[in-house]
Write a protein that binds this ligand. Structure first.
Ligand SMILES: *[C@@H]1O[C@H](CO)[C@@H](O)[C@H](O)[C@H]1NC(C)=O
Ligand SMILES: *[C@@H]1O[C@H](CO)[C@@H](O)[C@H](O)[C@H]1NC(C)=O
Ligand SMILES: *[C@@H]1O[C@H](CO)[C@@H](O)[C@H](O)[C@H]1NC(C)=O
Ligand SMILES: *[C@@H]1O[C@H](CO)[C@@H](O)[C@H](O)[C@H]1NC(C)=O
Ligand SMILES: *[C@@H]1O[C@H](CO)[C@@H](O)[C@H](O)[C@H]1NC(C)=O
Ligand SMILES: *[C@@H]1O[C@H](CO)[C@@H](O)[C@H](O)[C@H]1NC(C)=O
Ligand SMILES: *[C@@H]1O[C@H](CO)[C@@H](O)[C@H](O)[C@H]1NC(C)=O
Length: 792
């Protein structure tokens, strides 16, 4: 088993499961509850199933981890593969699957203002940056007021807990807890009943699944709290991004991004569901573990507690898991049935195609893009080469220093290894590094750790270079020496310079916070891309929101770099990932819920999607990380625009039964006993979704859609169809004009997508997805949907 140390545990789990008698944690899922059963009856029912495959009643009792009995019907238990397959064959059982530990999608002052939601001018460092008093600003204020800043709405965060002392979670001036709330404040280590308040109205934690993987919880080894308290920052960051209070004078270490921080819905209430834990003896930078059985228990409770929105910044590495065996998809399905809107992160595995997680159509899948805020520092080489780049390192050097490449200054022995330029601990020779700037490469070790090594060896600065394998995304971190992060092309330039100049020198310019940096928004390279590998008939992701260098609340138990060697503390910290973009959308959903309490989960998603931006602030197409226009497999319908989403004109609504019918098309059946799949199952692309995806188009496909008028007023409105067809196909609507006479009126239409003559496409283009859009416009509203088509 020595080999296992080479691999993260994530990959080890399936391997263990292949040993026939190895016990594993499984989820046994029954779909909906039948009839009205008391909670203890449901548990007994689950028990009888478990007992039918176990030797003794005692065995059955001790192997049961959770009985999901509120909305989700199922249980989690320790089973052998043999027992699991026996259960799977039983009638009533929808699916049986192993629970895998998932991980966060991690890799604010500015972000809400950027989408037109900021209420006041920020102060401090960015006072110079006067926002144009434009419509975006005014609409933002009206919109926030109309939504009462989210008051009355409860947002549930499934994450790793909360740091309740953060100013972002103060309940000062907030009204009483909504009467509809049924949750609890579960106390534990360093978390008592006073840590809940009118802002954090509920908190719970789930650890049984985690313990079944990593053994009994051990506070020393885990460096975690057996309570809803956040030991690492992630949960506090996501929670404050969605619903944090407005806090003035906030900045990251070093004074970057100074301003006021606010969540999207600053008066919405927060319900904490801690289902993620630090792995034993791991760094806080490491992959954290969120067991699927714990997450499902969290979602089941959140539904019963009465949350209105659930935000899940957790994904998985395998993009192929079907919805019937995906704990988040199952939990979200039951939440959607109760009109709870679920937003989840798209994942951080881009820019490779087909890397998405959380692709179920009843989830809002959120990608990550950039803000117009940048922390511009730079690099100047002795030969005159100048580069502007992002830096959030507060440590400054004020002059040129000699420049060396790490591989040329390592202790003998390391030279032979490929890690020679990695600046790993104790790899650099102080006599060759002292007073110099060192070019280190990424790949092994942590980014911050490399700066620490440069500092240890007496270096004054670091150039942190990406290898081609890492790609173009650079991450500004709070380093310990003056640092710039550079892409592979710049690494090449620097290496050339070092090779050709006898006395190479470099100057690292400290970073300064800059606003209105263009082009913005742009897609980040890490944001996972479509198509959905589970079902390419649904276009995913749905939307994009800010996810790069987001400043939000942090845990007092963690350093800004998340490394134990770093003893600094920060109330607010930068984080990057689709983990950060997802709670932006959750905050926007809370505001929309406050304005339109009766709207379904599908209507809210539709409003967000059809009003999203496909262009950037310069009215040009949103760019991708390679500088070319990005497509809907990166941004879905575009960048969210909450102020517009309140008044979308028309929505593509979908009911629970619509989703059940859709589920037949992907073989996810038996969820509800009152629903039987028809013998002729409609194709998945006929789900009433606000976007269209048609894989392998042969000749002609007719897509069905229904729109509901949610526009203001009683007067007649007439919507006219227009489209920009993807390359090689034509797109027509029947009818192409829709007239509405009242609010709530529904109209059906068909979209006919026809492949053009073969000549129109050459061999490369055939089989590749092409993108376009169609829209309905009434002169005021534009209801736009992206289309993705690949030709067979
Ligand atoms: C909870 O703990 C805090 C210290 O963190 C303490 O000040 C407070 O009195 C405690 N509240 C209760 C109800 O025990
Ligand atoms: C908890 O972890 C610490 C550090 O790894 C270890 O020394 C200790 O023995 C553990 N305690 C238990 C009860 O396992
Ligand atoms: C070392 O790096 C070279 C070039 O980047 C690569 O081709 C080779 O596979 C690497 N070797 C190891 C052991 O990683
Ligand atoms: C990285 O940027 C370079 C130069 O802008 C571009 O040529 C290359 O395609 C980009 N790479 C990726 C993976 O986007
Ligand atoms: C096109 O034809 C192929 C092969 O017959 C089939 O698998 C595929 O589903 C068809 N595509 C559509 C969109 O109907
Ligand atoms: C719509 O008509 C009804 C009945 O005539 C009226 O009560 C209502 O105020 C009207 N609404 C708007 C927005 O004009
Ligand atoms: C086929 O299309 C691709 C993409 O548009 C283009 O780069 C390529 O040059 C085309 N090839 C031919 C033979 O026309």
């Amino acid at each position: 088993m020595k080999l296992s140390f080479l691999f993260p545990l994530l990959f080890l789990v399936p391997f263990l499961a292949s040993c026939a008698d190895k016990k594993q944690v499984y989820i046994v899922y029954f779909g909906e509850h039948k009839g009205d059963k008391a909670l203890h009856e449901i548990e007994e029912h689950h028990h009888s199933y478990l007992q039918s495959v176990k030797e003794s009643e005692e065995d059955a009792r001790s192997s049961l981890l959770y009985s999901y009995k509120h909305s989700i019907n199922g249980f989690a238990a320790v089973l052998t593969p043999d027992e699991a397959s026996k259960l799977e064959k039983l009638e009533e059982v929808v699916s049986v699957f192993e629970s895998h530990p998932r991980k966060y999608e991690t890799h604010t002052t500015r972000s809400w203002e950027f989408v037109g939601l900021e209420e006041e001018e920020t102060d401090g460092d960015d006072r110079r940056h006067k926002h144009d008093v434009d419509d975006r600003f005014r609409v933002g204020r009206n919109f926030l007021n109309k939504a009462k800043h989210g008051d009355g709405i409860i947002v549930g965060l499934v994450d790793n807990g909360v740091w309740p002392e953060s100013r972002s979670f103060s309940d000062k001036g907030m009204g009483p807890i909504p009467k509809s709330w049924k949750g609890i404040c579960q106390t534990g280590v360093a978390f008592n009943s006073s840590h809940c308040n009118r802002k954090i109205i509920g908190a719970r934690y789930y650890v049984k699944g985690y313990e079944s993987y990593y053994g009994p919880f051990n506070a020393t080894a885990n460096r975690d709290f057996l309570s809803p308290r956040d030991p690492a920052g992630h949960g506090s960051h996501t929670a404050s991004t969605a619903v944090g209070r407005r806090v003035n004078g906030v900045s990251a270490l070093g004074g970057f991004a100074m301003g006021s921080a606010s969540g999207g819905a600053p008066l919405a209430r927060l319900a904490i569901y801690k289902a993620c834990w630090i792995k034993p003896n791991a760094e806080k930078t490491d992959i954290n573990a969120c067991a699927e059985v714990d997450m499902l228990a969290a979602i089941d409770d959140a539904i019963a507690d009465g949350v209105h929105v659930i935000s899940i910044s957790i994904g998985m590495t395998d993009p192929l898991v079907p919805f019937s065996k995906d704990g988040i998809a199952i939990g979200a399905l039951h939440a959607m049935r109760r009109n709870i809107v679920v937003a989840a992160s798209a994942g951080n595995y881009g820019p490779k195609p087909g890397t998405l997680s959380n692709t179920a159509p009843w989830i809002i899948t959120v990608g990550a893009s950039t803000l117009d805020r940048a922390f511009v520092g730079g690099l100047v080489l002795g030969n005159g080469y100048t580069l502007k780049t992002e830096s959030i390192t507060a440590i400054k050097i004020d002059k040129f220093a000699p420049l060396v490449y790490a591989a040329n200054v390592v202790v003998p022995g390391i030279v032979a290894l490929n890690n020679s330029a990695q600046c790993l601990p104790n790899s650099l020779r102080p006599e060759l590094v002292n007073g110099k700037v060192v070019l280190c490469l990424r790949g092994a070790g942590s980014r911050i750790g490399k700066g620490i090594e440069v500092k240890r060896a007496g270096g004054v600065g670091m150039i942190l270079g990406n290898t081609p394998a890492i790609g173009n995304d650079t991450v500004p971190d709070p380093h310990f020496v003056a640092t710039v992060a550079v892409p592979p092309t710049v690494v090449e330039k620097i290496l050339d310079y070092i090779k050709t100049d006898k006395n190479p020198i470099a100057f690292i310019k400290p970073g300064k916070t800059v606003y209105k940096n263009q082009p913005a928004p742009s897609m980040t390279g890490f944001s996972s891309r479509g198509p959905s590998m589970v079902d390419p008939n649904i276009l995913k992701p749905d939307i994009t929101a800010p996810g790069l260098n987001i400043l939000a609340a942090w845990s007092g138990a963690d350093s800004p770099s998340k490394m134990s060697i770093d003893k600094r503390v920060a109330d607010y910290n930068f984080e990057t990932g689709t983990s950060m973009s997802c709670p932006h959308v959750a905050g926007a959903i809370a505001l929309l819920k406050a304005i339109h309490p009766k709207w379904s989960s599908a209507a809210i998603r539709s409003a967000l999607m059809t009003t999203a931006w496909m262009t950037n602030d310069e009215k040009k197409p949103i760019q991708d990380t390679n500088g070319l226009p990005a497509n809907p497999f990166a941004f879905g319908s575009g960048h969210f625009r909450p102020t517009k989403a309140a008044d979308p004109g028309l929505v593509y609504d979908a009911s629970y039964r619509d989703y059940l019918l859709y589920s037949c098309s992907v073989g996810f059946t038996g969820i509800d006993q009152t629903f039987i799949c028809p013998t002729k199952i409609p194709p998945g692309y006929n789900l009433n979704y606000p976007s269209v995806s048609i894989p392998n188009l042969n000749k002609t496909v007719t897509v069905k859609r229904t729109v509901t008028n949610v526009g203001d007023g009683n007067s007649t409105s007439t919507y006219v169809f227009s489209a920009k067809a993807p390359l090689g196909v034509s797109v027509k609507a029947k009818p192409s004009v829709l007239t509405f006479n009242r609010i709530g009126e529904k109209k059906r239409f068909k979209i006919v997508v026809t492949a053009g003559k073969d000549k129109m496409l050459n061999a490369t283009e055939k089989g590749q997805y092409q993108f376009g859009w169609f829209s309905w416009a009434d002169g005021y509203h534009v209801v736009r949907s992206p289309i993705a088509v690949s030709l067979a």
